[in-house]
Design a protein around this ligand. Structure first.
Ligand code: 1GP
Length: 253
């Protein structure tokens, strides 16, 4: 089994370094804007690309990843909305189990069906406890999974869910308010969860400015994911990246 990317993530956490992941939805990009996104991301020292979406309709996932890989060495991590979103061209796979929901299909069912195919891909597999937090609007993942998100003000539920996920062996916890969330996850909830787990904590959903990314990192997020806001304004990459990486400098000092 490969572990290189996960080791890098844990090393960064160990040294107090915060990471920035730019989320690319293959449905929303073409060869032209992939080039632009990659260039801006390389210049801004982005740490990872997450590729995927809750509902990838197009069939150019492979092509999208190949274009990114051809243009830079930033690791590409799959963030799949379904088992069909697996590409051998990526570097690693967030192997998501929706631990905030009670839908057996998304906890284990789909994993069983796709296991031989996923294993054969040769990808680095990162078991990830995926927690959907109410972001003020129904998300595609909530609708499709028929699973309620964790209420935004119930930090204890989030904390216990993350702790259970970690004890079950999840190597990452990803708290997501959903793409384009009206209300991103609060710092209070991030802090509560971060204090009670040792594995790296990924935060995403509705982050639209550098200040929020910075505050999330100060509260305990290890990786910040931004998708929607960058689709609207790719130049945000530079400012958000600088804000996230500045937290590491403060910690190191
Ligand atoms: C969604 O966490 C990601 O699953 C990112 O959300 O698109 O709102 O940045 P945004």
């Amino acid at each position: 089994m490969k572990h290189a990317i996960y080791q890098q993530i844990t090393q960064r956490k160990k040294h107090g370094k915060k990471s920035f992941a730019v989320l690319i939805d293959p449905d929303k990009v073409d060869a032209g804007n992939i080039q632009e996104l990659v260039k801006l991301s390389v210049d801004a020292h982005v740490d990872y690309f997450f590729v995927g979406g809750s509902l990838v309709i197009s069939s150019h996932l492979d092509e999208c990843i190949q274009q990114i890989k051809a243009a830079c060495s930033i690791p590409v991590i799959l963030f799949p909305g379904s088992p069909s979103q697996v590409s051998k061209y990526a570097d690693a796979l967030l192997y998501l189990s929706l631990i905030s929901g009670r839908n057996a299909e998304l906890l284990i069912g789909q994993h069983v069906i796709s296991a031989p195919f996923v294993k054969k891909s040769g990808l680095e597999i990162m078991p990830t406890g995926y927690m959907v937090i109410d972001g003020g609007a129904p998300t595609t993942v909530s609708y499709i999974s028929n699973a309620s998100p964790i209420p935004a003000d119930k930090s204890e539920i989030a904390m216990c869910t993350a702790m259970a996920g970690e004890m079950l062996g999840m190597q990452l916890i990803y708290m997501d308010a959903g793409s384009g969330a009206k209300r991103p996850i609060t710092e209070q909830m991030i802090e509560k969860v971060a204090k009670h787990i040792e594995v790296p904590l990924i935060i995403g959903g509705g982050i639209t400015d550098p200040e929020k990314a910075y505050l999330n990192c100060k509260a305990g997020a290890d990786i910040i994911v931004v998708g929607n806001a960058i689709e609207k304004d790719p130049t945000l990459i530079k400012e958000v990246s600088a804000a996230i990486h500045s937290v590491a400098i403060v910690n190191a000092g």
